[in-house]
Ligand binder design. Structure first.
Ligand code: IFM
Length: 719
């Protein structure tokens, strides 16, 4: 049986270089580094992203900055520089050990001049000290001569062509080299420090090259056939978000690394604890088992363990896509895994939203509303950072207007929903009283002010919105938005009652602070009772006003295709059909499942499933689709959708994994297993599981925390 904790490959394909850089990302929740090679490769997209280090950019407002590069480790056999694009690669093996986060690469290389060497790189980013990372390189030469090793810190990085870093200084303190940079606009300082040590073999020459913005240490070693040489590079990164004394702190962290083995042991212990909480065991399906661990790993390495001013972006810390911005992906897709397995991380991520309530209030005001309106795309300040216009890739003379920042307002209810779920699952009353309740109350205030009274029809509505299905813009009465808004207001009223009896002082404080007068609450009740919720007699919910009148094209008849329906028909073309990017109504039925009957769920599942662009639409869809297939008793369909999420990144299903991990899909995958196949269900009385395992699964086992108590679910199929 293969090791189901390894992601590995035995050939290097330059065509998939950027995809693999994403896949082999490692990190620790403070920062993460893409899997580019230490020695470089033409056109590589090297990237290290540190949570919270944003800087200004024209048009897209702000982006997560590519930090100074800590990887450079250059090897020359005599005067021939090792690189996979020259000479002959006689063996290649790369593997990521998900158990420990260690990335290993073995290359047997013959230089163009005929010199041979067996080169092994190992690296990890420590879970024990979040500021440190280590590289170990062993070279077994097959020739007599000299090998030069160069290790650098490189401040000349860019983020897709924008250079964000100013150079401030560099130097050495005893054997430790440091580099000090600052972002151009946000003026965040970042210090990196490095030690470069010989651990096997004898150096002939050792020098510090003080190249500006790339301090480098050069060590030349004697090479003899079969005699291993080993060097280790220890690096630390500290920013002024952590401490003002960045250089001293970076030097201290790197000097505190005792040696590779000690640091690795501490890191491994850290990972053992993470996996004790987070592992999900699937027996009978090796692909799904490894992929699930991979996806959990990717979320864990982006998870802010010690910082509640940041949250996880749509592409984690693994790529340049979406510029590090945070969407509803976080609360609806990623957060549940943390809420159930690592609540302190979930709390940090919700605190990020809580801290940004002031900006959310400002966002509401700017649009002429009350309460808190969270931005569709969020970064460091909580302001709206969705770009208003982006270049049209098909026509360089035009721009495309992006409306999501203006009207994809369901995110405020999504955040309120995640807040409430966190509270119910963890029982963290203290946090809820102090912070969570305020999020729910102030988003409710927004919804009440945003509701429009339709005099003719005699109901409230939300017009001109975008629901989760982004193929249709500027729609009225999107069912998801209307129902989630109603849920948000209803829940806010319940929360206020609960506060009055459990934390009366806080209730009074919030009533005064948010002006929750009797008149205002009466308005909430009126909106709740009179909001338009589109549903037919049969229980079929119209996704938005007029959806059923749109062109009903037969998606199945368009197979085989390799593009999304929007790419085939264009934005306007797709807008005029009933094809949807992700299962809008089904996501609603998933989130508020207890309010809908089994018949309602079935009727909507049957209608919307053939109308959804499952393979090339949104990567957020398949996991929820899978859960809903379990709910309607279609385990085979559930597995088919599940597998799309399993392969989203590992097999680059949409051809864009180079931009970073599809984090919502990763979180959705966990939910598909736990809430879909295991059928975990939490009620006020406790929890239950209602499994519907794929036929070839023999066992499904995982842990979760309910009200602070560790629970185990272990489902075995009878042989
Ligand atoms: O938030 C998603 C959205 O639902 C679909 N488009 C991509 C966004 C970021 O992942």
């Amino acid at each position: 049986m293969s090791d189901l904790w390894q992601i590995s490959e035995d050939t290097f394909d330059p065509q998939s270089q950027h995809h693999k850089e994403t896949i082999f990302t490692i990190g620790n929740g403070y920062l993460a580094t893409r899997g580019a090679f230490e020695e470089g490769y033409p056109d590589d997209r090297r990237g290290t992203f540190v949570h919270g280090v944003f800087d200004d950019v024209p048009i897209i407002f702000t982006e997560l900055v590519n930090a100074p590069d800590w990887l450079p480790f250059i090897i020359s056999l005599e005067d021939e520089r090792f690189s996979l694009d020259t000479g002959t690669v006689e063996k290649f093996h790369r593997s990521l050990d998900l158990r420990t986060g260690v990335l290993t690469r073995i290359v047997h290389w013959k230089s163009p001049g005929g010199r041979r060497a067996e080169i092994t790189f190992e690296r990890f980013i420590s879970l024990a000290d979040q500021h440190t990372m280590l590289i170990r390189c062993q070279v077994v030469p097959k020739f007599d001569g000299e090998i030069e090793f160069r290790a650098s810190l490189n401040g000349n990085t860019d983020t897709e062509s924008i250079a964000h870093w100013h150079w401030i200084g560099q130097g050495t303190r005893e054997e430790t080299i440091y580099l000090h940079n600052r972002t151009r606009s946000t003026r965040i300082e970042l210090a990196s420090a490095m030690r470069f040590l010989v651990v096997a073999g004898k150096p002939l020459f050792d020098n510090f090259c003080n190249v500006e913005n790339t301090p480098t240490r050069v060590i030349v070693m004697n090479a003899h056939p079969g005699e291993p040489i080993a060097l280790e590079k220890y690096v630390s990164i500290v920013t002024s978000r952590d401490t003002p004394a960045v250089v001293n702190s970076a030097i201290e962290h790197v000097n505190n690394i005792a040696d590779w083995h000690t640091a690795l042991d501490l890191n491994t212990q850290g990972w053992a604890q993470e996996w004790a909480r987070s592992d999900v065991v699937i027996e009978g399906d090796e692909e799904s088992q490894t992929a699930l661990r991979f996806n959990i790993f990717q979320l864990l390495i982006a998870a802010p363990r010690h910082d509640d001013r940041v949250s996880i972006g749509a592409k984690t810390l693994s790529g340049f896509g979406y510029r590090g911005h945070i969407f509803w992906d976080t609360e609806i897709f990623m957060l549940p895994m943390f809420t159930y397995t690592n609540p302190h991380i979930a709390r940090n991520m919700l605190n990020y939203r809580y801290r940004n309530l002031t900006a959310a209030r400002q966002n509401a005001l700017l649009k002429g509303f009350e309460g808190a309106r969270f931005p569709w795309e969020s970064a460091d300040t909580g302001e709206e950072v969705t770009p208003t216009w982006v270049p049209n890739q098909n026509d360089r003379t035009s721009l495309i207007r992006i409306w999501t920042g203006d009207i994809q307002i369901h995110i405020s209810a999504d955040i309120a929903y995640a807040t409430y779920q966190y509270w119910k699952v963890t029982g963290d009353d203290d946090w809820f009283v102090e912070k969570g309740a305020e999020i729910i109350l102030d988003t409710a205030k927004f919804w009440a002010s945003r509701a429009e009274w339709n005099t003719e029809a005699g109901y409230y509505e939300y017009n001109n919105v975008i629901g989760p299905d982004e193929y249709h813009e500027h729609v009225d009465n999107n069912a998801f938005t209307n129902r989630m808004a109603q849920w948000n207001m209803q829940t806010a009223l319940e929360v206020l009652d609960w506060l009055k009896s459990h934390a009366p002082a806080r209730a009074i404080e919030l009533i005064n602070q948010l002006d929750l007068s009797a008149e205002r609450l009466a308005r909430w009740r009126h909106v709740i009772a009179n909001i338009y919720l589109p549903a037919q007699q049969s229980g079929l919910i119209e996704q938005f006003d007029g959806y059923f009148n749109l062109k009903d094209i037969d998606l199945a008849a368009m197979e085989p295709r390799h593009k999304s329906i929007q790419s085939i028909l264009g934005i306007e073309g797709a807008n005029q059909t009933q094809v949807i990017k992700q299962p809008d109504v089904l996501i609603l039925l998933y989130l508020l499942g207890e309010h809908y009957s089994a018949e309602d769920i079935k009727v909507n599942y049957d209608y919307y499933t053939p109308h959804t662009d499952h393979t090339y639409g949104s990567s957020l869809g398949p996991s929820i689709q899978s859960i809903m297939a379990c709910r309607v008793g279609k385990p085979n369909d559930a597995y088919e959708h599940f597998i799309r999420a399993v392969r989203a990144d590992l097999q680059d299903m949409r051809g864009n994994a180079r931009d970073g991990i599809h984090a919502a899909s990763a979180g959705g995958l966990w939910q598909a297993v736990v809430f879909g196949f295991a059928g975990l269900h939490i009620t006020p009385e406790g929890w239950s599981a209602n499994p519907s395992l794929p036929t070839h699964w023999k066992r499904l086992k995982f842990h979760f925390l309910h009200q602070g108590e560790l629970q185990e679910v272990d489902i075995k199929r009878d042989e």
